[in-house]
Design a protein around this ligand. Structure first.
Ligand code: UD1
Length: 417
């Protein structure tokens, strides 16, 4: 088990390049199995979740490796269409291989991803949609078996909730299905648009990505593509929270202003300033933050659930009371325990957390319990007096590339042990 030792109280300064988006990279890696020839993915973050996806690809028979900063995948040699339990367990997001495998081979067998650290993670919307496209699906003993021997058929799919994963699985299945598929109430996250951009570059015909209705004209042959993965808006929000909580000024390079449109106003409410200039963001924070009033997580373009924990870390040192309402996941306040140990004043009632800002946080030994929660603990530790030891850094490494190196380059005192 690795841990971070953070000596807090230092101001951050300087510039940081924001890594590529994990939540784009994972579905795009799954999408490569629909293509012939070589795919070149640039700006792909090197994370444990990306590594797990590449191991799944190699298990399936694809070539997947990193070379000179790019990830290269060639799926011509794909020969398997099941994913063993051991690989599925490593990463819940591997469910996105379901639509792609089924579309490519007419069969897919994988174990049910089950619950995770955020609470139950059902996939009923994924399966309902694939059934509507003609897949025969059995779920027994935690194993999902999908068949579409005669291929999938395009369909009209109305999602009761704009699930990111379900939208991705439907798109992946639909690009090889016969005829058009229409997704109504599709997820609108930038990572969905990035997946569709990649698929369109590979030869697919997808319209409406980023909007509530997506139309996919299926049945096109797809060929390897060269693609630049979008910057990670959650990592950007994490670095902004880190600057906010330490009263610092930093520049983030390679950010997309639109992707942060729900996050910036919350920081502005606290007195921070964000100035965008051609992909650079100059972010500065006052000595003492004002409170955030109400932060409600919502599907995009609403405030992202993935940024809730890191904003809460900043709220612990605000002047006044901030309220967080978590509307996407049932169990997403696991960072509260660690923040409280550092001296934060937080009361949780169901899906609402009330944060009364305190004057100071104090270093302690704390443990991360999920990915974004880990980032929140590191963020708070940057502002805590003395030394904080954060255990469970494996969670952080699922989504943040060499994070201790990045923070150190901004002047923080962070060591990985
Ligand atoms: C993706 C992101 C994750 C982010 C989340 C919400 C990836 C790899 N992960 O996760 O970082 O926090 O979007 O923005 O991109 N649901 C159902 N039935 C389903 C599917 C989902 O009830 O079939 C529910 C979930 O339990 C959850 C909510 O819908 O409460 C949102 O889930 P979803 O949008 O599917 O998130 P993920 O794709 O799992």
């Amino acid at each position: 088990m690795s841990r971070f030792v953070v000596t807090g109280g230092r101001k951050l300064f300087g510039e940081a390049e924001v890594q590529g988006a994990k939540n784009s990279a994972l579905p795009i890696l799954a999408a490569t199995i629909l293509t012939r020839g070589e795919n070149l993915l640039f700006n792909c973050p090197m994370l444990s979740d990306v590594d797990a996806s590449m191991r799944i690809l190699r298990y399936l028979g694809c070539d997947a490796y990193e070379q000179s900063g790019a990830v290269i995948v060639n799926s011509d040699g794909l020969r398997e269409n099941d994913i063993p339990d051991s690989l599925m367990r490593e990463m819940r997001s591997s469910i996105v291989f379901l639509g792609a495998l089924l579309a490519r081979t007419g069969y897919a067998k994988l174990s049910f991803p089950g619950g995770c650290e955020l609470g139950p993670r059902p996939i009923d919307l994924h399966l309902k949609a694939l059934r509507k496209m003609g897949a025969k699906i059995s779920e027994r003993y935690g194993v999902i078996e999908c068949r579409a021997e005669n291929g999938l058929k395009g369909a009209k799919i109305d999602l009761s909730f704009p699930s990111v994963g379900a939208t991705e699985n439907i798109i992946l299945a639909a690009v090889r299905a016969e005829g058009p598929t229409t997704i109504i109430n599709a997820a609108r996250e930038p990572e969905i648009t990035d997946l569709c951009d990649f698929l369109n570059e590979a030869g697919a015909e997808i319209y409406g990505a980023g909007e509530g209705v997506i139309v996919i004209n299926g049945g096109k042959e797809l060929y390897g593509a060269s693609h630049n993965i979008i910057p990670d808006r959650i990592v950007a929000a994490t670095l902004m929270s880190s600057a906010a909580v330490t009263g610092s000024e930093i520049t983030l390079r390679g950010v997309v202003q639109n992707h942060l449109s729900a996050v910036i106003p919350v920081f502005e409410e606290t007195g921070c300033k964000a100035v965008f200039n051609d992909g650079d963001l100059l972010f500065s924070a006052p000595e003492r933050l004002k409170s955030m009033r109400l932060v409600r997580t919502m599907p995009y373009p609403g405030f992202p659930t993935d940024a809730q924990a890191v904003l809460m870390a900043a709220a612990t040192l605000c002047d006044g009371t901030s309220v967080f309402a978590e509307n996407i996941f049932e169990n997403r306040f696991k960072h509260v325990e660690g923040l409280t140990r550092l001296g934060a004043d937080i009361n949780v009632q169901g899906r609402v957390a009330v944060v009364n800002g305190v004057k100071s946080l104090y270093g302690a030994k704390i443990e991360a319990r999920d990915l974004r929660g880990a980032a929140a603990l590191v963020t708070a530790a940057l502002a805590a007096e003395d030394k904080t030891e954060i255990y469970g850094i494996e969670y952080l490494e699922r989504g943040y590339e060499s994070y201790e190196v990045l923070l150190s380059s901004l002047g923080a005192d962070v060591r990985k042990i």
